[in-house]
Design a binder for this molecule. Structure first.
Ligand SMILES: [Zn+2]
Ligand SMILES: [Zn+2]
Ligand SMILES: [Zn+2]
Ligand SMILES: [Zn+2]
Ligand SMILES: [Zn+2]
Length: 177
């Protein structure tokens, strides 16, 4: 009875360990290198563009008006006057009213501009920013996704290597068969 028990133990041991071979497919590691199923081996996946968060554009604070939407009126215009147009004067907006400067500032035609309402800002001294049209922000097409909102990014499953370690199907990850 006792001998039989030992024999059984030996048979069991041989069955479990002794006769087990190293798996030739994975060379005993239990894992094999396979193609990443997430990116199909390309290393990249199509995803929401990380640069624009899928919006397709990047919002900038307007640098022309520092995000204010309005800018100081900088209207100015040159005129010529005098009998042979030998004088010049410049009208400039100063807080909504025009000032006249130059050699021709005392010409008859110049007098109508003195302290006149600026034609550009209508006397306010400020004009709507022509870069952002008063919104204070402007949109630039996202250069990464060209406005599509989707871009190829590195596959997180394989870290862009295209390969993943997977359980050996031959030995089911045990390394031995
Ligand atoms: Zn294996
Ligand atoms: Zn984008
Ligand atoms: Zn602006
Ligand atoms: Zn003005
Ligand atoms: Zn991948």
């Amino acid at each position: 009875m006792r001998i039989t028990a030992i024999a059984l133990a030996i048979i069991l041991h041989v069955f479990l360990f002794g006769c087990a071979k190293i798996c030739p497919k994975c060379e005993g590691i239990g894992e094999i290198s396979g193609t990443c199923p997430i990116c199909n081996g390309t290393g990249e996946v199509k995803a929401k563009c990380p640069d624009c968060e899928g919006k397709g554009y990047i919002e900038h604070s307007c640098d022309n008006c520092v995000g204010e939407g309005d800018i100081k009126c900088t209207y100015s215009k040159m005129y010529r006057c005098g009998i042979i147009n030998d004088y010049t004067y410049k009208t400039e907006c100063r807080g909504g009213r025009l000032i006249v400067t130059g050699s021709g500032e005392n010409c008859v035609s110049a007098t109508q501009y003195k302290n006149a309402k600026c034609p550009e800002c209508g006397g306010d001294g400020i004009v709507t920013c022509n870069k952002c049209w008063g919104r204070g922000i402007y949109h630039e097409e996202c250069p990464r996704c060209h406005g599509k909102g989707e871009a190829f990014i590195e596959c997180s499953n394989c870290s862009g290597t295209c390969k993943v370690q997977e359980k050996c199907p031959e030995c089911k990850g045990k390394g031995k068969i």
